[in-house]
Write a protein that binds this ligand. Structure first.
Ligand code: GLN
Length: 489
């Protein structure tokens, strides 16, 4: 039998309910796997075995007593360390939050606790979610289970690597410019960035508040749909939370894609794609057509400016959000002669290079005299991009592109070159600017590394998006698994 740690959440849930396995057995299998591979992969910043054992016992007791343990019970989950977890250190991959133990749970964590979740640990990430490789973590990088010399993507790299390596069954990530989809794509997994406002941001440590969303990373579309259904929905504690009825994402998976109108934005298929990414995406487009969809090239004319606009807006919001780390209320404090010196020393010691770069970029963009030229202009570009998508969705049901122009790159390859790092998000960033949902599914391999297909949908169109993704997942038949070893190269 396949090891329990390698199973999908929905398979384990059925087995638990059929009393074929116990939650403790599932947990043991994952713990053994962690022992085996965590030294190489480094998915976690904090492991929460104690809590997980208690949760597994509670699940087993409920099952033995014929009670419902909750949908997420007994299925080990990795949580990106940017979500507040009561009583469990939350670092955001930064020295700045040293010693910080939240006194409350993020709303998504509270909801998952109610659903009986077994939290396996807090997953590694780029500091404050700024990055595309998890190399910006103050706790050292995570490695890609497909090739340990490569990055797992980022910023939710620990979340993705843990699921790919079998150190968790599913995971929560956050996505401001691609941080769920790009690591899912680099690790051969399914990752979904929900519509802005569908999932509560309460207790999600803010990077760029107008772009941040929490979402699932999982082994297949069904698990993604299931996890989304557990975290989505209105939260009065998040003022940007949408008051909408949450669709039944599992039921929505049934059906086909005959007659589906698929648009392929030319701007996202330009130069810069590796041959394998292009070939695998083109193959997926052929499959769309074979399954009865109408595939047509289209254009989102302002997309060329998306990256520039993002790298004004996200740092601007970050510079304001990160002003709260001053050594007074929580986390690191480095004493000085007076208050200003204490602030300065604390922030100099607490933040890493990329976070400092963003704070400076953002502060500059917001400074008097430059505000209109940079921030104001970027806001206008954002509106134009929103308009491009709105027009495209009058003609198309979904838009399709690569998730990333390349498969996972080598560790160290882009750390010295922030611009090259920023470019790895060209395909994902426009989606955050427009606030729409998008999912990445694996669509093939290039030189033994997974390639991701991005499917973008209308605002609040998650149900349709997941159905399309499920149909394509089946047609693509991607079944490869990582070896958790170094690559041949
Ligand atoms: N890589 C992008 C950045 O560095 C996106 C990060 C994210 O989505 N959190 O900003």
């Amino acid at each position: 039998m396949e090891d329990l740690y390698a199973k999908k959440a929905w398979e384990l849930i059925a087995m638990l309910r059929g009393r074929e396995v116990s939650a403790r057995e599932v947990l043991q299998s994952v713990l053994r796997r962690i022992e085996e591979v965590e030294g190489d992969v480094h998915s976690y910043i904090t492991l929460t075995e104690g809590e997980a054992e208690q949760a597994a016992s509670r699940a087993d007791e409920a099952l033995a007593g014929g009670r419902d343990p909750g949908t997420a019970a007994g299925v080990p989950l990795a949580v990106k360390d940017v979500l507040c977890t009561r009583g469990v250190p939350t670092t955001c991959g930064s020295r700045m939050l040293e010693g910080f133990v939240p006194v409350y749970d993020a709303t998504v964590i509270g909801r998952l606790r109610e659903a009986g979740m077994t939290m396996m640990g807090k997953a590694n990430m780029d500091e404050f979610a700024m990055g595309s490789s998890t190399e910006n973590s103050a706790f050292g990088p995570t490695r890609n289970p497909w090739d340990l010399d490569r990055v797992p993507g980022g910023s939710s790299g620990g979340s993705a690597a843990s699921v790919a390596a079998g150190e968790a069954i599913w995971a929560l990530g956050s996505d401001t410019g691609g941080s769920i989809r790009q690591p899912a794509s680099f690790c051969g997994l399914v990752g979904l960035k929900p519509t802005y406002g569908l999932v509560s941001r309460y207790g999600l440590v803010a990077f760029a508040s107008s772009l941040d969303q929490v979402g699932p990373i999982a082994r297949d579309v069904r698990d993604c749909a299931l996890l989304l259904s557990l975290i989505a929905g209105y939260d009065p504690r998040d003022s940007t939370s949408l008051q909408v009825k949450v669709a039944d994402y599992l039921e929505a998976l049934e059906g086909d894609i005959r007659g589906l109108r698929v648009g392929v934005p030319g701007e996202l298929m330009q130069e810069g794609l590796t041959p394998g990414v292009r070939a695998n995406v083109e193959n997926a487009l052929r499959l769309f057509a074979e399954l009865g969809a109408e595939v047509e090239e289209t254009t989102l004319p302002h997309l060329d400016y998306a990256l520039s606009a993002y790298y004004i807006l996200a740092p601007a919001e970050a510079s304001s959000n990160l002003a709260r780390y001053d050594g007074v209320r929580y986390g690191l404090r480095v004493e000085g002669e007076d208050m200003l010196e204490m602030y300065g020393r604390t922030r100099a010691a607490g933040f890493g290079a990329e976070v400092k770069r963003r704070i400076m970029l953002g502060t500059y963009a917001l400074s008097a005299g430059y505000y209109e030229a940079y921030y104001g202009q970027a806001q206008k570009v954002r509106t134009l991009i929103l308009g491009d998508f709105r027009r495209a969705f009058e003609r198309f049901d979904v838009l399709v592109s690569p998730t990333s122009p390349t498969p996972a790159f080598a560790l160290g390859e882009k750390v010295e070159d922030p611009l090259a790092m920023y470019l790895s998000d060209v395909c994902t960033i426009p989606v955050n600017l427009a606030g729409i949902p998008a999912v990445s599914i694996p669509c093939g391999l290039e030189d033994g590394l997974p390639v991701g297909l991005q499917i973008m949908g209308k605002a609040l169109g998650e149900a349709e998006l997941l159905r399309v993704a499920r149909v394509m997942e089946e047609a693509l038949g991607f079944r490869e698994r990582p070896r958790v070893a170094r690559g041949e190269a």
